[in-house]
Design a protein around this ligand. Sequence first.
Ligand SMILES: [Zn+2]
Length: 209
Amino acid sequence: MSELKVILFRDEAWESMPEALKRRVAAGVDRIRSQLVFIAARARVRTMPRIIVQPCVWHDRGQIVDATLCTLVSTPGHPELGVVVSATVALCEDEAVVRDVLMHEVGHCFETARKLVDQADLGSPASDLRGDPADEARDRRMLPEMADWFVGSTGSFMQWGTQPIVPTAEIQGLLDAGFLSLSDPPLMSPGTPSIPADWTGHIRSLRSG
Ligand SMILES: [Zn+2]
């Protein structure tokens, strides 16, 4: 297994948080890391996407957004597919829910990579990759067959439901107290992300299988 990277973004929002909340978020980062280990152990590829934890709350048109697929640029000029999660995922103490959220976003990374590799190899239309992340039908189209990417998986990916992963009143309380801040979800950076070689190989093997 290659090295797993879960990185807490220690920005101004983090610095201004009370210590007790910092400890809760840090414990959440540990939970996220252990769930990523669980997921990586079952994945049919070695490389896992990098996970960034942004300790703030995202709102999109009045809805809380917990996590998103994103283009990450850890080395300038080398965008890669990764996952960014917000404070709500770090504060969610239900490990099964955290795992489902991460599986869903890692699934988006795999399916996006498949579309990019197919586009390069077979000339499939780039329009597949555009669209509104809040469109539920598109969200389902942007998830792969679970068994193509995970060993022993016959299940399906979690779909975003109406049930918040952390009680809304709790998040609202932290926002009202000024302990957490509100921002827009991160956007995909321009530029085509590079795809790990083991993903590309796996994507090509799925075509013949
Ligand atoms: Zn999704």
